[in-house]
Design a protein around this ligand. Structure first.
Ligand code: MLT
Length: 264
């Protein structure tokens, strides 16, 4: 497929399909709790995005548009015409790129701990430095630098299993894959103008302590999307689906129930 093999899990529930797109530099295993919660009523598909998990690593920048095209090809392969597309952080960037390219294929949108705006010049420089560091030194220093930003202090102190799981995902990512995603994220366009034109209903989720994509980014998206609901997850930081899995799942389930798209 498109010169790459996309690894994915397909939890074959009977209802409308839901695709879950992971953040950087994670993989599809981050969605285990969400898949378990949603699969009885939905067909849940969790791909590893290009360069992550078990999906092929490519060296050129992995743009959000390219990852959106990878998703479209995967949905074609699975015979899925329309889906609810949910993305956390980088997964949200990909979800927005997918909405712009394939609006007719989106029956609902979940944007978790993400933003519509692009990187500024400082941000782009940091991405390039991080990409080089990953290539030269591996993922250890990237994990050390990211962990305190990804998880809330209370999670870091009291949830050793979540901490270990996030660290393990980062360390399991190929440095080449991480570098190509960082360079792709640096190239991403501003999606703000897309938000008022979104036809599909949206759920915007954010951890109250997310400093990477703070609640103000979530509110800004929520205010621009015509049919949108905002849920702030108290005490979570950036990886809110793991830090507040039950509340996250409840918000997504309620959103899906409200869509009335159980048939496909
Ligand atoms: C992510 O969690 O996907 C990243 O923090 C996104 C980013 O670096 O912009």
């Amino acid at each position: 497929m498109r010169g790459i093999e996309t690894a994915y899990d397909d939890y074959e529930g009977r209802g409308a399909p839901v695709v879950l797109l992971h953040g950087f530099p994670f993989n599809r295993s981050m969605w285990r709790e969400q898949a378990a919660s949603l699969a009885p009523r939905h067909r849940v598909v969790t791909p590893d995005l290009r360069g992550h998990g078990e999906t092929t690593v490519t060296d050129e920048p992995a743009t959000m548009e390219e990852m959106a095209d990878d998703l479209a090809a995967l949905l074609d392969e699975l015979g899925i015409e329309r889906a609810v597309v949910a993305g956390l952080s980088m997964g949200g960037y990909v979800a927005l790129a997918f909405c712009r390219k394939y609006p007719e294929r989106v029956s609902g949108l979940v944007l978790a701990d993400t933003r519509a705006t692009p990187d500024n010049e400082d941000g782009k420089r940091t991405r390039e430095e991080t990409a080089r560091r990953a290539l030269e030194e591996g993922m250890g220093p990237i994990a050390d630098a990211m962990m305190p930003k990804l998880l809330a202090p209370a999670t870091l102190e009291r949830s050793p299993r979540t901490v270990a799981r996030v660290r393990e995902m980062i360390l399991g990512t190929e440095p080449r894959g991480a570098a190509s995603a960082l360079r792709g994220m640096a190239l991403r366009r501003d999606q703000t103008d897309l938000l008022p034109r979104l036809q599909a209903p949206a759920l915007v989720l954010v951890g109250s302590e997310d400093s990477l994509t703070p609640p103000s980014d979530a509110e800004a998206m929520h205010n621009l999307i015509p049919d949108s609901r905002l849920v702030v997850l108290d005490g979570a930081a950036h990886v809110s689906n793991l830090e507040r899995a039950e509340e996250f799942n409840l918000a997504v389930r309620e959103f899906l129930d409200g869509l009335g798209v159980l048939e496909y």
